[in-house]
Ligand binder design. Structure first.
Ligand code: GLN
Length: 512
């Protein structure tokens, strides 16, 4: 058998159920790896929330900075319970398989920070629905994973608790905002992780770290307990090595939660593994011309093209389509997401959660100091942009206008889906860039989201599948976008592609 951390979710599931491995053994193995290769700061591996975050540290080659907190006693207790159930013949679907969660999901057993100093010291009294569903399926939580502060970012350089290093090249970004999730899976610190995608945060870091990730249709996964960034866009999803592993996790993670999340779709989840291995004969794959236009780097284009050729060999046909408002998705998203964020983040005021600044004279000053000291620069920028576009006099010019164009973007997708079954293209215009390269220029970060934003604005399911290596031997991701509720079809296309390619099985040197 390969080393435990090289096993897929499926292989672990089988090894656990047949008692070739015990859940305790598996959990101890991953905990040790997370401790040795995942921590970035001194406060990690502790049961306590960080009280005074340190600035970013240049990670050593051995550590990618993916984990923000662990609670080993808790993880081992859950593993022992899994072993007991397996021995008693009461194993649940994913019994004993480890998982780690993006630190944007609230958890009872671990601190929750959303990558922000403003939540330092916060402990949630309940678990996010996504977390409790995975736990109820028998998964063992290893800890919480680094992310951009309140999921705002494309590089995981906006976390108050340090950057995440790309496991393929530690001088590069892991992508964002679910950078910790992507790096942890790529490095074999956990076989799977949760992520959230508001404008690409599952797909883009998955692409940059060479793993697989899927964002389901908006409303399929509950947002209850997922700290809100832009509520009309936020969506949870799994990140793992393969489409098959994502399918088993997605089956558990989706499903109605209408009592707790008003935007939850009242549609049952499905066993997405059952839809894998369908024939691709006659499948029409739409290629939006705007996704292959100038701005796309040659190395990414070549890898994506080669993947499309492989899909053609499997029986698919390629159709040219248009998504004419693609470019507008950037200004539309960067008006709407900050608008929603400015409202969502008003709850962090030093009264109800986490951090409160010291030395204030009155209530107003307490708010001011807490929010000035507690929020990082990018979060403050977005709150200001959001408050501006919602303010009297600008609301119609910006917010309402952006909503109208958002609708047009959705309509363009529906026109495209009359010509094709699935849409394919790159996830990002380039491979992962160097740490620091764009951190002082927010606009250049925003522009890199061009291919992931359209599906987010339309609420469509989207996925990232490893499809090669580009500049600097960095992973490239193929993006697949499906129509509403077509997760099964996306996973099938990805799985069939992974049956004839081995990009998703390759591991970075740091995962040894
Ligand atoms: N990069 C985008 C942003 O900064 C998307 C983030 C996300 O999907 N959470 O908002």
């Amino acid at each position: 058998m390969s080393a435990i951390h090289e096993l897929s979710v499926k292989a672990l599931q089988q090894a656990l159920q047949t008692q070739q491995l015990s859940a305790r053994q598996v959990t101890e193995h991953f905990l040790a790896r997370a401790r040795n290769h995942g921590a970035s700061l001194a406060h990690l591996a502790s049961d306590m929330a960080p009280q005074s975050p340190s600035p970013s540290t240049p990670g050593s080659k051995a550590s990618c900075g993916a984990f923000l907190s662990m609670n080993e006693a808790h993880s081992l207790k859950a593993a022992d319970e899994s072993d007991r159930r397996i021995q008693a013949g009461q194993a649940r679907a994913l019994e004993g398989v480890p998982i780690a969660h993006k630190d944007i999901f609230v958890t009872q057993d671990f601190p929750t920070t959303a990558g922000s100093k403003i939540l330092a010291g916060y402990r949630s009294p309940f678990n996010a629905t996504v977390v409790s569903r995975l736990q109820s399926a028998g998964m063992v939580s290893l800890g919480k994973l680094n992310c951009d502060e309140f999921a705002m970012g494309s590089a995981n350089e906006n976390s108050a608790f340090g950057v995440v290093h790309n496991p393929w090249d530690h001088t590069r970004i892991a992508g964002g905002s679910s950078g910790g999730s992507a790096a942890a899976v790529a490095m074999g610190l956990t076989p799977a992780a949760t992520g959230t995608d508001t404008g690409g945060s599952i797909r883009q870091p998955a692409a940059f770290c060479g793993i697989t990730g899927i964002k389901p249709t908006y409303g399929r996964a509950s947002r209850y307990g997922m700290i809100a960034y832009a509520s009309s866009l936020d969506q949870a999803g799994p990140m793992a090595r393969s489409a098959e592993d994502c399918a088993s996790l997605l089956s558990v993670l989706c499903g109605p939660d209408i009592e707790r999340d008003s935007t939850s779709l009242d549609i049952p989840s499905a066993d997405f593994t059952l839809g894998l291995n369908q024939d691709l004969q006659g499948l029409r794959i739409g290629l939006p011309k705007e996704f292959f236009a100038k701005g796309l780097s040659d190395d990414v284009r070549d890898s994506v093209r080669a993947a499309l050729d492989a899909l053609v060999r499997l029986g698919a046909q390629l159709v040219d389509i248009e998504l004419p408002k693609t470019e507008l998705s950037i200004p539309v998203y960067y008006v709407l997401a900050p608008a929603e964020a400015s409202s969502n983040l008003s709850r962090f005021d030093g009264v109800k959660f986490g951090f409160r600044a010291q030395g204030y004279k009155d209530l107003d000053e307490m708010y001011l100091k807490t929010r000035s000291e507690g929020f990082g620069a990018e979060v403050q920028r977005r709150i200001m942009v959001g408050a501006y576009v919602l303010s009297h006099g600008y609301y119609d010019a910006y917010y309402v206008q952006a909503q109208k164009i958002r609708r047009m973007i959705s309509d363009d997708f529906q026109r495209a889906f009359s010509q094709c079954d699935v849409i394919a293209g790159p996830v990002a215009p380039t491979v992962a860039w160097k740490l620091g390269e764009k951190s002082s220029d927010p606009l250049s970060n925003y522009l890199a989201d061009i291919f992931t934003l359209p599906a987010s604005l339309a609420g469509l399911p989207g996925m990232s599948v490893p499809c090669g290596f580009g500049e600097g031997h960095m992973p490239v991701g193929l993006q697949l976008i499906g129509n509403y509720l077509k997760e099964s079809q996306l996973l099938n296309v990805a799985h069939r592609y992974q049956g004839v390619s081995d990009w998703h099985t390759q591991l970075p040197g740091s995962a040894a």
